[in-house]
Design a protein. Structure first.
Length: 345
């Protein structure tokens, strides 16, 4: 296979088209209230973006811009270290937090390395995915000694983005005709996590992907990206892969599987992937908002009725999360757990 290990090679239909195309991109929403004056206008912009795209970018989001710069510098400083330094915080099947360089998405290896940590540390999680097993275990972060200040910058960034996460969940709740705080209770013991992604230059960007096509399993994802580009979204209207244009000071937001279930598919979680390139490394920093382990995820009662019956059976988020985590470590013979497993046909 030459320079790239077979494990990274995408099947032909999933490979990137590397031609640059100019097409209608995802919406850009200004969250500053002085700009919109009318909150209802903002709420309807958010609602339309969730309905039509599942993805949008926000500016004037309240996350201090110097912190956005600092987290990107910290990510680079961490990944620039020698492998033996990064391996000191390597994650494994027991502790899924820390450094990792061989994640698979849909059974193909991603061209990336990552560092993961929990927003709320420690948190509790079921010990196994088996429904009859009610044993719990504690999950906690692994922090590297180097680079200095890494932990402080990560935690400060996560605190600020968490505030934005609640603000967006409130706007999304309003856009569905629900009280603004409708989702807040689900996040009291949140399993949310933050990830630093590093995509090194790749000798064969036409064969491998930084992250293969996938949907995010949480409620909402907020991503900071640098100016390199590579994130692509599968446009709902026609299935075309649309690039998410790096926009100065903006954050990328996407609806995850849980909002799809809560909204009974009024808003859908959309497939996305990351294309790599042969010249520039890329960094991105997502925060995945995950509810508490004991939350039973199901279509909200206010949003279902006789004409619009629930499209999903309830599922326990902790169990789902444990089952999903397990599958990230090795190439499995079968597809990992999906919300479609709970779909009522
Ligand atoms: C992810 C993801 C996008 C990016 O990590 O789930 O979709 O731009 N990342 O790195
Ligand atoms: Ni994703």
């Amino acid at each position: 296979m030459g320079e790239v290990d077979q494990a990274f090679i995408q099947s032909i239909q999933h490979r990137a088209n590397l031609d640059t195309i100019e097409i209608e991109g995802i919406p850009l929403i200004n969250l500053s209230l002085s700009h919109t004056t009318d909150i209802n206008l903002l709420v309807s912009e958010i609602g339309n973006a969730c309905k039509n795209w599942g993805f949008f970018q926000v500016i004037n989001h309240g996350v201090p811009l110097e912190l956005l710069d600092k987290i990107k510098v910290a990510a680079k400083a961490f990944f620039d270290q020698p492998m033996e330094e990064k391996r000191k915080v390597k994650r494994d099947e027991v502790n899924p937090m820390g450094y990792y360089e061989s994640e698979h998405t849909k059974n193909v290896r991603d061209w990336k390395e990552v560092f993961d940590f929990l927003i709320k540390d420690p948190t509790f999680l079921p010990a196994s995915p088996e429904l009859e097993d009610d044993e719990m275990r504690t999950l906690s972060n692994q922090w590297p000694e180097n680079p200095p200040q890494f932990r402080e910058v990560c935690q400060e960034y996560a605190r600020e983005v968490e505030k934005l996460g609640y603000k967006l969940l409130e706007l999304i709740a309003l856009s569905l005709g629900l009280p603004s705080n409708r989702f807040n209770g689900y996040f009291e013991d949140q399993l949310s996590r933050m990830r630093l992604n590093h995509y090194p230059p790749c000798p064969c960007p036409e064969l491998a992907l930084g992250v293969g096509r996938h949907k995010d399993a949480g409620a909402l994802t907020i991503v900071a990206q640098d100016d390199v580009g590579g994130l692509q979204v599968k446009r709902k209207s026609d299935g075309v892969w649309v690039p998410v244009k790096p926009t100065p000071n903006a954050l990328v937001i996407n609806v995850g599987d849980i909002i799809q279930v809560w909204s009974n598919e009024a808003y859908e979680s959309v497939e996305h992937r990351v294309v790599v390139n042969s010249e520039r490394e890329r960094f991105s920093i997502p925060i995945f908002f995950f509810p508490s382990h004991y939350v039973m995820v199901k279509p909200l009662e206010e949003l279902v009725n006789e004409g619009n019956p629930p499209k999903y059976k309830p599922y326990n988020f902790g169990k789902f999360n444990v089952a999903r985590n397990r599958s990230n470590y090795k190439k499995l013979e079968v597809q990992n757990i999906q919300i479609s497993d709970f779909k009522i046909i």
